[in-house]
Design a protein around this ligand. Structure first.
Ligand code: FE
Ligand code: FE
Length: 337
């Protein structure tokens, strides 16, 4: 596959410097503030946000003109894609494989959310999912654009994603999509919210947190793209859980059905090769990390642990641990434990 030059940032229309814009529009809501928002895991497990609060007005002022103010392709203009990410090698392969998988997951989430916009029983839910739909479409776009920034021509994008991530998409995303189809066909709003919040975002969010942390030094632009998506994700996880929680308070008779749906979804996750996928991704990253250890320097991926000292197995185990904690926390918050 031909790796050709991408549209360089210099070719894109000039945008105001992010720092300037940011000072003018600094978010009034700390959870959407680029500098002050908590990390994805802490935020999603500790904050309480509702669909009523996170309405369209909130999204325009706190997200579009807050989190996203001044960003270019999902990151601050000063965060660059380093040259070593544009040269063939294990780091670049690892990130194309990861972002290829994730851009497709985000695209599918966007399309699935259109059903929640359609079936939301109230305006608060309808507006919230309309904003989440745009968030996920944006994630799909910025992940895709970062592959282009790594030197893949836009014309080769689909073929490249298929080449690097086609098997993972087939083995991990498609079974989830098949599983959710009957719920979508039935117009089951709460079932759809559960699938999205617990089974898709609750499981995948921790790998996104890992990604933000591990690319911080090696690809600052990618890490910032993850940061922006992570800030959105706090909202998706907390509001989704709140909607289910309220539904179960009003309809406690639904608990067995919702509990069974979660159990089936967890069985499905256990049956797809997600560990193998993460293992492959981290093994490639490990190879690249060894090549570029000087760039990572003494950077700590979590307190007291230098990235260069971690192993692929350790990072996978951490993501799985976070994932279990996140799911458990969300399920308990919904009142299902
Ligand atoms: Fe997303
Ligand atoms: Fe999301």
């Amino acid at each position: 596959m031909a790796a050709s030059t991408t549209t360089s940032q210099a070719d894109r229309p000039a945008r105001p410097q992010w720092k300037d814009v940011h000072r003018m529009t600094a978010s009034k809501t700390p959870e959407t503030d680029w500098d002050n928002a908590p990390g994805l895991l802490d935020g999603a497990m500790q904050l309480h946000l509702t669909a009523e609060t996170c309405n369209l007005d909130y999204w325009f002022s706190s997200v579009a003109q807050g989190t996203l103010a001044g960003l270019v392709d999902g990151h601050t203009p000063g965060a660059v894609t380093p040259e070593h990410m544009r040269r063939p090698g294990p780091l670049r392969t690892a990130l194309i494989t990861e972002l290829g998988f994730r851009t497709v997951a985000e695209e599918k989430a966007t399309r699935a959310i259109s059903k929640l916009v359609e079936t939301a029983p109230d305006l608060a839910g309808m507006e919230f999912y309309a904003t989440q739909l745009i968030d996920e479409a944006r994630h799909a776009r910025v992940f895709r654009n970062h592959i282009v920034d790594m030197g893949i021509a836009e014309a080769d994008l689909s073929a490249t994603i298929e080449e690097y991530a086609g098997k993972d998409i087939q083995q991990v995303i498609m079974p989830l999509e098949d599983f959710s189809q009957p719920i979508r066909d039935a117009g089951d709003y709460i079932g759809g919210v559960i699938l999205l919040t617990v089974l898709v975002e609750g499981v995948l969010a921790p790998t996104a947190e890992l990604s933000e942390r591990k690319w911080r030094r090696l690809d600052p632009a990618a890490a910032e793209i993850e940061r922006g998506a992570g800030i959105d994700e706090i909202r998706h996880l907390t509001v989704g859980s709140e909607i289910v929680r309220n539904h179960l308070i009003a309809h406690p008779e639904e608990k067995p059905r919702i509990g069974a749906l979660i159990a089936q979804g967890q069985q499905l996750w256990a049956s797809v090769p997600v560990l193998e996928m993460l293992g492959r991704r981290e093994a490639l990253f490990q190879e690249g990390l060894a090549e570029h250890a000087a760039v990572a320097g003494d950077y700590e991926i979590w307190p007291g642990r230098r990235l260069v000292d971690t192993t692929a197995e350790e990072r996978v185990a951490k993501a799985m641990q976070w994932s279990a904690e996140m799911q458990e926390n969300r399920i308990a918050y919904m009142g299902l434990r």
